[in-house]
Write a protein that binds this ligand. Structure first.
Ligand code: G1P
Length: 279
């Protein structure tokens, strides 16, 4: 069973400066909800109640968001605004949140290793809040779909989508072969972090959803800095992949790259139109 979800949330969010100068990028709102809240809701809908958040300097707003603001509660009690806090109150009452700080920014792999103290020795989920995922209402969300895959294969699982090859320098890219009788589940044989298109082993890119087995921490401890001088989760997963222990799953749903201005605007329009359609 997957009981914990790790949220690496220590990055600077430089692509959104100056908005992210004093505000964590995970707190940027799509409509009225910060990105990280969408991630926490996705985890909760996948039956995960323990949220483990790796923060850094300047990220206190995240902790305050997942806490009660007595002054605010007092101010709006009984007013027409009170229902606006319903969703976040419900999250706070159903989940626990624990935090640790990544003191130095040494990459996503390092951020995940920093989270070991909150996770311990059990398989766990990872959500990168900048990748905002939606799904058809009659289907499971992306993380829940991945947990079902984990239950079958009992190894690390990465979510993938097909990209234009010209975009390969933005992603971890996998090499793999379809598992028998499936059209969306691959056994990964190799993976490369942010390759040039000419070096990309395929057009299948990892997006910000992972299920990881706890041996990943031991591997990360031995992983040297890779692309961009940072410790990459892709390099650690590659070690598991070489042992046949990584599944890539072409998920059912839609993902917005809210780490980029274009993706953020696209997500905002999508959610706005969706809420308008529902009246
Ligand atoms: C990270 C990972 C990359 C992955 C991407 C998904 O990159 O390093 O392998 O494809 O997330 O969003 P980042 O977007 O943090 O540069």
């Amino acid at each position: 069973m997957i009981k914990k979800c790790l949220f690496p949330a220590a990055g600077y969010g430089t692509r959104f400066l100056p908005a992210t100068k004093a505000t964590p990028k995970e707190m940027l709102p799509v409509l009225t909800k910060p990105l990280i809240q969408y991630g926490v809701e996705e985890a909760l809908q996948a039956n995960i109640k323990t949220m483990a958040i790796v923060t850094g300097r300047g990220k206190r707003a995240i902790e305050d968001h997942f806490d009660i603001s007595y002054e605010l509660e007092h101010q709006i009690k009984g007013t027409s605004k009170e229902p606006l806090l319903k969703e976040i109150r419900s999250l706070i009452s159903q989940c626990t949140f624990s935090y640790t700080r990544q003191v130095e920014m040494k990459g996503l792999g390092h951020a995940i290793l920093t989270g070991e103290t909150l996770i311990g020795r059990e398989p766990f989920a990872v959500i990168l809040a900048d990748d905002l995922c939606t799904h058809d209402e009659d289907k499971d969300n992306v993380l829940k779909q991945m947990i079902d895959i984990y239950d079958t294969y009992q190894c690390s699982v990465v979510a993938i989508e097909e990209i234009a090859l010209s975009q390969s320098h933005k992603y971890g890219v996998i090499e793999g072969h379809l598992v028998d009788n499936t059209d969306n589940i691959y056994r990964v044989s190799d993976m490369v972090e942010k390759p040039d298109p000419k070096d990309a082993p395929s057009n299948m890119a990892i997006i910000g959803r992972y299920i990881l087995t706890p041996d990943i921490f031991d591997i990360l401890r031995d992983t040297k800095a890779g692309k961009g001088g940072e410790i990459q989760i892709t390099d650690a997963l590659k070690v598991q992949a070489k042992a046949g222990k990584v599944i890539a799953y072409k998920f059912d749903g839609k993902r917005f790259d809210c780490g980029s201005v274009d993706g953020f605007v696209e997500a905002t329009n999508y959610f706005y139109n969706n809420t308008k359609d529902k009246g």
